[in-house]
Design a protein around this ligand. Structure first.
Ligand code: ACM
Length: 279
């Protein structure tokens, strides 16, 4: 399967230009699945909820999703793309999965980063895995990487490839995604953006370095930090289905959930110190 990403530098608010630019590049790509950055059509740094609402679109009948569906049909490929979604007066930082048959899924970012909390509602649709024939794909968006349970959940739900539209500003994610892939035996395609936005007192510099990582943490490709790039690699997504680490260790079956269940974080530092001392 040919899997790729497109790293772009969207111009804030210039949806027609941003979408057309992405479409023109994807038309030249030889791929079965292409991942685009988070908010690839609008840009990132909104300054008000009204501005986000004005640029956001409904799914699937908004102009961006419709254009991506037409492109999927023309090129017989699948696309995952981040966009601002509007529904009933609320905005979500979403990603659509489209294919030749139309819209397949829409994911609304669960973990909003920093000022995103001012414009967007946290996702309310949960996490899903979609079978697109050659692979089962899961979607998470940018800062979701910081919460390892997201990638784990997608892997447990059967994802072979995690599609990860991003607008990264912190430097850690590319290295961290290697671990996400190793610990879940999945592929991950992080499609980030480049460029700078300064629409308030704060300047945001996006780190590029989009990448595709394999099930054993192989970095098959990593883009530059400052240029538009389209990269496609060939992989066999079914390699993600073998969760046997050694003949005696299975990634999922060996978990000891009775000792590692979800708990509330402890603020009891004295207790924690005594535990460490007693050890
Ligand atoms: C981010 O979640 N866009 C950092």
């Amino acid at each position: 399967m040919k899997v790729g990403f497109l790293q772009t530098s969207p111009l804030f608010g210039k949806k027609d230009e941003n979408v057309l630019n992405a479409i023109q590049i994807i038309k030249q790509m030889d791929a079965d699945l292409v991942v685009l950055p988070e908010l690839f059509n609008t840009g990132y740094q909104f300054t008000s909820k009204d501005e986000a609402l004005a640029l956001a679109e409904t799914v699937p009948d908004g102009q961006t999703t419709r254009a991506l569906i037409r492109l999927s049909q023309e090129k017989h490929l699948y696309i995952v793309a981040g966009l601002a979604e509007r529904e009933k007066g609320c905005c979500y930082n979403s990603a659509v999965l489209v294919g030749p048959g139309g819209l397949i899924g829409c994911y609304r970012k669960l973990h909003l980063f920093y000022h995103e909390k001012r414009w967007f509602e946290p996702g309310n649709l949960g996490l899903s895995v979609y079978d697109i024939g050659q692979a089962r794909v899961g979607i998470m968006i940018c800062f979701d990487w910081f919460f390892p349970e997201v990638a784990r959940y997608l892997a447990l739900k059967g994802a072979d490839i995690i599609c990860h539209p991003a607008n990264l500003v912190l430097p850690y994610c590319p290295q961290a995604m290697i671990t996400r892939c190793i610990e879940n035996r999945v592929f991950a395609v992080t499609a980030n953006r480049t460029g700078v936005e300064k629409r308030s007192e704060e300047t945001l510099t996006f780190i590029g370095t989009s990448q595709i990582v394999g099930t054993k943490g192989e970095v098959f490709c990593r883009a530059s930090s400052d240029r538009d790039e389209a990269i496609v690699i060939e992989c066999d997504p079914k390699n993600a289905r073998d969760k046997q680490i050694t003949p005696q260790n299975h990634l999922f079956n060996d978990r000891r959930l009775q000792f590692a269940v979800s708990v509330e974080p402890s603020n009891d530092h004295d207790h924690q110190k005594s535990l460490i001392k007693d050890h």
